[in-house]
Design a protein around this ligand. Structure first.
Ligand code: CP3
Length: 351
């Protein structure tokens, strides 16, 4: 039987337990800043080929664990495999990011499947099984998906945009059709996460990268409610499913997210005031975050000061150390090593 004492440190925090040394992992910890990733990436055809090659995806997932000994591995894949499994064409061009067949009007929504095609995602589930075999027992394996709103921004624009204007306009102009797309994504995401748990992940994270761009009412309709429905649907199948929510940029909207979305922990982006996060979020739910990825890139005293401020702010409650968004490709490896040893040896956390 797994008792709280024998649980992986990350899962203990998701249970609401304060760890004297906070577990640490980093969003985008597998990726271009690692030479061993770049070597594999060169050999693979496209980025999606890499995601759908279970052996390679499993290897890339474990690379940062070998190098840094993080407390969690996050499955190497991408949030856009879900639109792909709904029948939308998705490609990644070097230096340009993702490209999809844009959903420009209500009729082009009909090109999507009514249900996610799990057969196309089989390599993802196989990769999860392979990682499980190669992971130290104390290291948690995380799955993930993109939140419906964030997925919709890429599906509608057909690419990344600065202000998510195409999706925001679509939602104002065609609210019913937009709600149908969100409903489809809620079901697809819940089903996808459930399969990830069945395949063996310990917990999942829902990435709502563009949550912060919406007015409060829309934030509630397109971020809070859909995420709450995903959590309910996953727990309906996997009652003890551990879920981290990351509504990036939500700011004061985080209070309503915490109230309405029963995730086990809240991922905080780097802009959030630490005292606000401690007093209004961590009192209610374990938190994860929130180092500025640019402080990690800069390194030196700036990195140490930012790290210490976070460790100190969250020292008295359940907390997972992470960045406030993903590792940037030009981040020096030595800075990541410096961060990990500072978090693990930090006097602010000696019990
Ligand atoms: O965190 C991890 O290490 C796990 C793997 C992971 C990737 N993408 C790998 C990736 C995860 C969790 C994601 C999530 C993701 N993907 C999000 C949400 C989180 C976030 O970063 O905001 C979003 C919005 C995407 C969509 C996406 N994928 C974009 C916009 C891009 C292009 C920008 C970029 O950084 O290149 C990708 C490509 C991508 N996803 C890469 C990696 C390692 C780079 C591809 C390459 O090697 O060329």
């Amino acid at each position: 039987m797994t008792t709280a004492l024998t649980m992986k440190p990350l899962l203990r925090v998701l249970e609401g337990i304060r760890e004297p040394v906070p577990p640490i992992w980093l969003m985008r910890q597998a990726g271009r800043y690692l030479p061993e990733y770049r070597a594999l990436r060169e050999k693979a055809g496209s980025f999606l080929d890499l995601c759908f090659d279970p052996k390679c995806a499993a290897e890339i997932t474990v690379q940062p664990i070998r190098r840094f000994g993080f407390d969690a591995a996050i499955l190497f894949s991408d949030i856009l495999v879900v639109p792909h499994a709904l029948g939308q064409r998705v490609t990644f061009t070097e230096g340009e990011g993702p490209q999809l067949d844009a959903i420009e009007d209500v009729t082009s929504l009909r090109r999507l499947r009514h249900e996610i095609n799990h057969e196309q995602l089989e390599p993802v589930y196989e990769a999860i099984g392979r990682v499980k075999e190669n992971l130290p027992t104390a290291v948690a394996l995380l799955g993930f998906c993109g939140a419906p709103w964030t997925l919709a921004t890429y599906m509608i624009a057909g690419r990344g945009t600065i202000d998510q204007r195409p999706a925001r306009l679509f939602a104002y102009r065609f609210p019913q059709a937009f709600a149908q797309l969100i409903d489809l994504l809620v079901e697809a995401s819940a089903s996808y996460l459930t399969r990830q748990f069945v395949a063996g992940v310990d917990a999942v994270q829902i990435f709502d990268t563009w949550a912060g761009i919406l007015p409060a009412g829309e934030f509630h309709s397109w971020c809070v409610e859909p995420c709450a429905r995903i959590v309910a649907a996953v727990r309906n199948k996997i009652p003890k499913a551990k879920i981290i929510g990351f509504p990036r940029g939500a700011g004061t909207g985080l209070t309503s997210y915490v109230q309405a979305v029963p995730v086990d922990a809240i991922g905080l982006d780097w802009t959030l005031d630490l005292a606000f996060a401690r007093d209004h979020i961590q009192r209610k739910r374990p938190v994860q975050g929130n180092l500025d990825p640019l402080a990690l890139l800069a390194g030196g005293g700036a990195l140490d000061r930012a790290t210490d401020a976070i460790l100190e702010a969250f020292a008295d409650g359940p907390f997972v150390f992470n960045l406030g968004h993903g590792v940037l490709p030009d981040t020096p490896i030595a800075h990541v090593e410096r961060l990990v040893s500072r978090v693990r040896g930090a006097p602010a956390h000696a019990s």
